[in-house]
Design a protein around this ligand. Structure first.
Ligand SMILES: NC(=O)c1ccc[n+]([C@@H]2O[C@H](COP(=O)([O-])OP(=O)(O)OC[C@H]3O[C@@H](n4cnc5c(N)ncnc54)[C@H](O)[C@@H]3O)[C@@H](O)[C@H]2O)c1
Length: 355
């Protein structure tokens, strides 16, 4: 007789917007399937933890993550707090014997990321940063095209995500001591992670960048439908960042990201260029030329399944079956090295060498 495996025990630290909308719905789905049991939810705000617990079968609620970790045994801890607590909550989860999925960005700086990786190694547990865009069907398709060799030699990537008026109007995204920075670490981390992964994870060697604060702290700032619940004087992060990154082997990446810029409409695109072909999102496709023809291959039929859903299910499967995670923590550490170097470069007005 096959022995029935007991469901994995899951705890979530931070039950704000991303946990409510993009993590807990998928953990609950897995709970319905009998694969996990959501045991504990922790948030310092009572209403947030209780609202989410009411949707789960039997989750206990906590205001203190250490109490939750000491009173229960978790197979998985999902960290969804603002950036400031990513490192401390991840390390606490790992030390308590859990595998940890942590929201992006990995942490506030390289030192914190290194401590998280060391804790995962010591505990012999899995650690993965929630870079959900890698899991989307379009990203998987582009990775498949590049891996097939169809693009030839990949030499550069460029990406741009500019919102016209879209500063996150909730949480602590606008406060440097809570989040480190603005769009660079918020949406830039997605675009850079995707570019670097699609390029084959080359090692970054130098970065040059500049960040600007032009809108978010203005009293007259109009944030369209993103809301402005924060007092403008609290806003001490950038609202625009531009960067040029060099990698081993001569590869490069250019990036521009903004929460607020005077553009026609929101732009979110990316190209990875090779000498035989290139791939991109918005428009999605593989671009090449042969027999005097310009070719654009695209895939209208790709699944629109939420990348967060795939990511949560992937992490669950990795823990269930002891499989390697798709977003390696060492890859996320390299992205943090680029972020740290861009902020330093901006402050010092020069290129920064990345070790
Ligand atoms: N992958 C994505 O596309 C995506 C989108 C949005 C946010 N995020 C990331 O998710 C994280 C959270 O963002 P959000 O939008 O949910 O913000 P949020 O402010 O809505 O949620 C954060 C929650 O953490 C709680 N919290 C803070 N300190 C805590 C502590 N010590 N213990 C327990 N709970 C604590 C807060 O009370 C809050 O409810 C951020 O790191 C952000 O970068 C990722």
């Amino acid at each position: 007789m096959v022995k029935q495996k007991s469901p994995l025990t899951v705890g979530v630290i931070g039950t704000g917007a991303i946990a409510r909308d993009q993590h807990l719905p998928y953990w609950r789905e897995l709970e319905e399937e009998g694969r996990v049991h959501i045991v504990g939810l922790c948030d310092i705000v009572k209403a947030r933890r209780e609202e989410e617990a009411a949707k789960c079968r039997a989750a206990k609620t906590y205001s203190d993550m250490r109490k939750m970790l000491s009173e229960n045994r978790f197979d998985i801890i999902d960290v969804c707090t603002q950036n400031r607590f990513h490192s401390v909550a991840t390390i606490a989860g790992l030390q308590a014997g859990a595998n940890v999925l942590v929201e992006k960005p990995m942490a506030m700086n390289v030192k914190e990321c290194e401590a998280m990786i060391a804790a995962a190694k010591k505990a012999r547990k899995k650690l993965m940063v929630a870079q959900h865009m890698r899991f989307e069907a379009r990203a998987q398709k582009l990775k498949e095209v590049i891996t097939s060799g169809a693009c030839g030699e990949i030499y550069t990537a460029e990406t741009k995500w500019l919102r016209r008026r879209g500063v996150p109007g909730w949480g602590k995204f606008h406060i440097a001591k809570e989040s480190l920075g603005g769009p660079l670490i918020d949406i830039g981390v997605h675009m850079m992670d995707l570019c670097v992964w699609l390029m084959g994870c080359p090692k970054p060697v130098a970065a040059s960048g500049k960040v600007y604060r032009k809108f978010g702290d203005r009293k007259d700032f109009f944030n369209a439908d993103w809301g402005t619940p924060y007092p403008p004087k609290e806003f001490d992060v950038e609202d625009y960042a531009t960067a040029f990154v060099r990698f081993e082997g001569g590869l490069t990446m250019q990036m521009q990201v903004s929460w607020a810029a005077n553009v026609h409409d929101e732009i979110e695109n990316m190209y990875i260029l090779g000498d035989k072909g290139g791939v991109g999102i918005n428009p999605l496709g593989f671009f090449s030329a042969d027999h005097d023809s310009l070719n654009h291959t695209t895939w209208d039929w790709l699944s629109a399944e939420d990348g967060h859903r795939r990511e949560v299910r992937h992490f669950c499967e990795c823990v269930e079956q002891n499989l390697p995670v798709m977003v390696k923590p060492e890859e996320s550490l390299r992205i943090q090295k680029i972020i740290d170097a861009i902020y330093l470069s901006s402050a010092k007005n020069r290129e920064i060498v990345i070790k």
